[in-house]
Design a protein around this ligand. Structure first.
Ligand code: SAH
Length: 236
C-alpha cells in the first residue's frame, strides 16, 4: 500500500473530507512514518520497517475500525499502544476524540510524546503505567478502549473492562485465532458482566483484521483488575 492508496481508503471512509483535509491527514501520516523509521532502532517500536508495510499493517490496519464505527468526542484509551497503534492513526482522523495512550515502557512513552508534538495533536494523554495499575481515577471512565497485539482476550478483559463506563466497549484487534480466544474467555466475560456484541472482519491486501466488540453491562467487582502476577498465575 502507498500513501495514495491510504488517501483513497480514507476518502471512502469519509466521503465529506475535502482535498485540503485529506492532504493534511496524509502529510501527518508521512511525518509519522518518517519518524517511526528513523527512531525505531533507538526505541525498538516495530518489526515492520518497509514503508509500504507501515502504511498497510500499521496505519490502515489501525483505522480499519472506522469502516464500522466512527468516533467523535468520546474518551478513548489505547491499551498497550507501543509506537502508537491503533491510537495515533485514529486520532489523526478523529481529531476531537479525547485520547489516552496507556504504555508501561518509559522509552516508548518518550517516543509518543515526540510524535504528539511533531503532529501537533491536542487532547492526548500519555499514561506511563501498566493498565492494571491505572487506579480508581480511571474506573468507569472510558467510552471505548481499543487494543492491538497486547495479550489474549481473557486477560485483556480483566485489564480493560473495569475502566469502561457501563455500556462502554472494548474493541480488540484480533487475528484469525479470535474464535479460540473467545472460547477461552467465556468465564472472564461472565465474571466481568460483559458480552460480545459484534465481530467484524476487515480484509485488506493479504490480511484480514478481526475486530471483536465487547460491551460492559454492569459495574465491575472491586477486586478487578488484580495485580499482574495474580492475573497471569490464575487468568479468568
Ligand atoms: N499496540 C501496539 C503495540 C503492541 S506490543 C501495536 O499493535 O503495534 C504490546 C505492547 O503492550 C507493548 O508496548 C507493551 O509494553 C504493552 N503492554 C504489555 N502489557 C501491558 C499491560 N499490562 N498494560 C498496558 N500495556 C501493556
Amino acid at each position: 500500500m502507498e500513501f495514495c492508496d491510504l488517501r483513497n481508503e480514507i476518502s471512502k471512509i469519509y466521503p465529506d473530507f475535502d482535498d485540503e483535509k485529506l492532504n493534511s491527514i496524509i502529510q501527518k501520516f508521512q511525518v509519522y512514518a518518517d519518524f517511526l523509521i528513523s527512531e525505531n532502532k533507538k526505541y525498538n517500536l516495530t518489526s515492520i520497517t518497509e514503508i509500504k508495510d507501515i502504511i498497510s499493517k500499521h496505519f490502515y490496519d489501525s483505522i480499519s475500525v472506522l469502516k464500522i464505527k466512527k468516533f467523535s468526542k468520546e474518551k478513548i484509551m489505547d491499551l498497550g499502544t507501543g509506537g502508537g497503534f491503533p491510537g495515533i492513526p485514529l486520532k489523526i482522523l478523529c481529531e476531537d476524540i479525547d485520547l489516552y495512550l496507556c504504555e508501561p515502557t518509559k522509552k516508548k512513552c518518550l517516543f509518543l510524546e515526540k510524535v504528539i508534538e511533531l503532529l501537533n495533536l491536542k487532547k492526548v494523554t500519555i499514561l506511563n503505567k501498566r493498565a492494571e495499575e491505572l487506579g480508581k481515577k480511571y474506573v468507569n471512565y472510558f467510552d471505548f478502549i481499543v487494543t492491538r497485539a497486547v495479550s489474549q482476550l481473557n486477560i485483556l478483559l480483566e485489564l480493560s473492562i473495569p475502566y469502561l463506563k457501563i455500556k462502554g466497549q472494548l474493541i480488540a484487534y484480533k487475528s484469525l485465532k479470535y474464535e479460540e480466544e473467545i472460547t477461552n474467555s467465556k468465564h472472564a466475560l461472565k465474571e466481568l458482566s460483559s458480552n460480545i456484541i459484534g465481530i467484524e472482519n476487515v480484509v485488506f491486501e493479504n490480511n484480514t483484521r478481526n475486530l471483536v466488540f465487547i460491551q460492559k453491562n454492569k459495574s465491575t467487582k472491586h477486586i478487578y483488575p488484580r495485580n499482574y502476577s495474580e492475573i497471569s498465575k490464575k487468568p479468568l
